[in-house]
Write a protein that binds this ligand. Structure first.
Ligand code: OFO
Length: 213
């Protein structure tokens, strides 16, 4: 009788072990999507949460970078229409650049577990009085973007959001480069002049700067 009870207990242990191992196999091999979902949930909980005001500012910046891309594309179109092919090429390349700035912010926001938004955009101006007018407007626009990046950086410091502060350093450096680039184009226009051959030479030189756009 005692022998029978011992054997029964032994069978229960073996049965429990089989059920447990089947369960483990089930989780490991048959439920990969479930495991993946769990790991995603864990990783989302580990990333830092954006404060609502920082998220709003980042989403506003996404829309601004997107607007910049459209603005430079509209300017490129105007230059092309005026037979200023160097400037058209430069501004088209710069539009692509702005789009990549937008995507970089978009990816960052989504990586934090928050949701990046693609906001509505105003139509950019498409008529300009001269090539000088175009580049004066690009310079003013870049100074405006710098002020928005600086406001974002200040908000991050106030909220002690050091991760976003660190991420934004790339934009701080980028704005310095872009303001310098557009200022140097305006300086060239002043030095060379835009009468007769001057316009041809300036447009050609701007075209060469496409790779720096
Ligand atoms: Fe030209 O600015 Fe983007 O960031």
């Amino acid at each position: 009788m005692a022998e029978g009870i011992r054997q029964n207990k032994g069978n229960n242990v073996v049965r429990a072990a089989v059920v447990a191992s089947k369960l483990i196999c089930d989780i490991l091999y048959l439920r990969k999507p479930t495991l993946y979902a769990i790991s995603q949930l864990i990783s989302f909980r580990n990333v830092h949460m954006l404060k609502p005001n920082i998220l709003n500012l980042l989403n506003e910046q996404i829309a601004l970078e997107d607007y910049s891309a459209n603005l430079y594309l509209a300017m490129s179109s105007w230059c092309g229409h005026q037979k200023l092919s160097g400037s058209a090429k430069f501004l088209e390349a710069h539009s692509d650049d702005e789009h990549s700035h937008m995507r970089k912010l978009f990816t960052y926001v989504n990586e934090t577990g928050a949701m990046a938004r693609v906001g509505a955009l105003a139509e950019p101006p498409c008529e300009f009085t001269s090539i000088k007018d175009v580049f004066e407007k690009t310079f003013e626009h870049e100074k405006f973007i710098t002020s928005k990046i600086n406001a974002l950086v200040e908000a991050c410091l106030a909220e002690k959001d050091y991760s976003t502060f660190n991420f934004l350093q790339w934009y701080v450096a980028e704005q310095h480069e872009e303001e310098h680039l557009f200022r140097s184009i305006l300086d060239m226009m002043d030095i060379v002049g835009l009468d007769g051959r001057g316009l041809y030479l300036v447009d050609k030189e701007i075209g060469k700067k496409s790779q720096m756009a």
